[in-house]
Design a protein around this ligand. Structure first.
Ligand code: EPZ
Length: 420
């Protein structure tokens, strides 16, 4: 398994290209199941999760062909030959569940492995299943699989989500696009990735209203057609590198980033002494003086994103004063704390909150990555720490960050990947 070695203490200066959003690209690729015509996606990041979704779609009969030679434009097409999503693919990436709605909508049946949990939580999919049942699907769980059928086809329904689940909103919106009649999804997630998926579906001929409002109204149509759609920039990659620049005291231009997707992050970082400013071709990160302890609580969009919790917590670990960081979305998303403590951070976790008391500096150490965003937080810690940090199990990072060590090294960081 590869490792990443970082010698800290060097401020980042320069610019970092922000790629397409992983969490938009995955549902957008699943949308390729919704039409027999071609869907072309631009600005797709080159990540392990994209490769996993590509192999899952191939399993269903959908080819994902690169267009051009940069590997960021994908053309999806083909006839669905199998409605089964096998465990050995689904277990690698929970977002595989996003093929369930499209398969049911197109083929009136699907057999999808239950995704199971991951390091950050049990990750149930009950809201996905209840919503599809409201649309007329018959669902049975057997031997770790979801067996779903909709003999008469899916029909529109009124669905109120008890929690603004991102994945459930995406699955149900895609299913509703081809259902018979009107579907209303109340308390829908409002993340930019949801809007991006909706805009792509509309380009394919879907009829969706209420973008960004939390209530989506979808009028089902008979079929969707070809479209070309460019993926929005990755707001979590943006926030991650903003924390990396801030903790090292450097200033970096995050090229291609969209600050409008990061209002809550911008506000919290500003209180902490870090300025995120929009420029014509991206977002500039600058630190005014010292870092100040600032509380943060994760919430569904437009609140502070849970995917930024670990990265911000590291920033607070070397701030002046204390900060309370509260995780309200996942039940086990403080796996990075024990590793950061080994680097000299002073963090106490009490239930859903972590009390962080800033220390003058961190010290490098060998640390273990546990999940995608926790891994990123360990890299950020290594950039600021005195001495050498070795981050193990970086396959977690490769799921969501393209060319991370190259992007950091180009801004002056002493970082390299060690093949393991
Ligand atoms: C998406 O996961 C993202 N993944 C996650 O990013 C992100 O953390 C999460 O949304 C929240 O923003 C992708 O988009 C591929 P949820 P998802 O459904 O859809 C509970 C990353 O690091 N819940 O909004 O799984 C669930 O247990 C990843 O890029 C149910 O109880 O998130 C969790 O506590 C990590 N029943 C909460 O809702 C359900 O049926 C949020 O889940 C569905 C969810």
């Amino acid at each position: 398994m590869d490792k990443i070695r970082i010698r800290g203490g060097r401020p980042l200066h320069g610019e970092i290209m922000i790629g397409g959003a992983k969490n938009a690209s995955l549902p957008l690729m699943a949308a390729g199941l919704l039409t027999e015509e071609r869907l072309v996606l631009g600005n797709v990041p080159r990540l392990a999760d994209i490769d996993t979704m590509t192999s899952l779609l191939a399993q269903h009969g959908i080819a994902v062909d690169p267009v051009g030679n940069d590997g960021r434009t994908l053309s999806l097409g083909g006839a669905i030959t199998s409605t089964e999503a096998p465990y050995d693919i689904v277990r690698k990436m929970r977002a595989s569940i996003l093929v369930l709605g499209p398969l049911l909508a197109r083929c009136r049946e699907a057999r999808v492995s239950l995704p199971g949990g991951c390091a950050i939580g049990t990750r149930p999919v009950d809201l996905h299943l209840k919503g599809l049942e409201a649309m007329g699907a018959q669902i049975e769980l057997e031997a770790g699989y979801i067996n779903a059928t909709a003999p008469g086809g899916l029909r529109g329904a009124m669905i109120v989500l008890p929690f603004a689940s991102v994945g459930a909103t995406e699955n149900l919106m895609m299913a509703a696009a081809l259902a018979d009649g009107q579907t209303i999804i109340a308390n829908a997630a409002r993340e930019p990735e949801i809007d991006d998926l909706a805009r792509c579906l509309i380009a394919m001929g879907a009829r969706i209203e209420g973008l960004g409002t939390g209530t989506l109204t979808i009028e089902g149509v008979k079929a969707l057609h070809a479209a070309k759609h460019n993926v929005i920039p990755d707001r979590i990659e943006t926030g991650t590198y903003a924390c990396a620049a801030a903790i090292t005291g450097g200033t970096v231009l995050l090229r291609g980033a969209d600050l409008s997707h990061l209002a809550a992050v911008r506000s919290v970082m500003d209180s902490a002494g870090v300025e995120l400013t929009a420029e014509p071709d991206g977002v500039r990160v600058t630190r005014r003086n010292g870092l100040h302890g600032t509380d943060a609580m994760t919430e569904p969009y437009p609140g502070f994103p849970t995917d930024m919790q670990a990265q911000f917590l590291v920033l607070m670990s070397v701030a002046q004063g204390a900060a309370m960081v509260t995780e309200t979305i996942f039940e086990n998303r403080f796996m990075h704390v024990s590793e950061l403590t080994r680097m000299g951070a002073s963090i106490n976790v009490h239930g859903a909150s972590a009390i962080v008391r800033g220390v003058p500096s961190l010290s490098g150490a060998p640390v273990m990555a546990t999940d995608l965003r926790a891994s990123a937080s360990l890299v950020i810690a290594g950039l600021a720490a005195h001495g050498e940090t070795i981050v193990n199990r970086v396959y977690h990072l490769d799921r969501g960050y393209e060319a991370l060590e190259q992007k950091l090294a180009a801004c002056g960081a002493d970082v390299e990947r060690i093949a393991g």
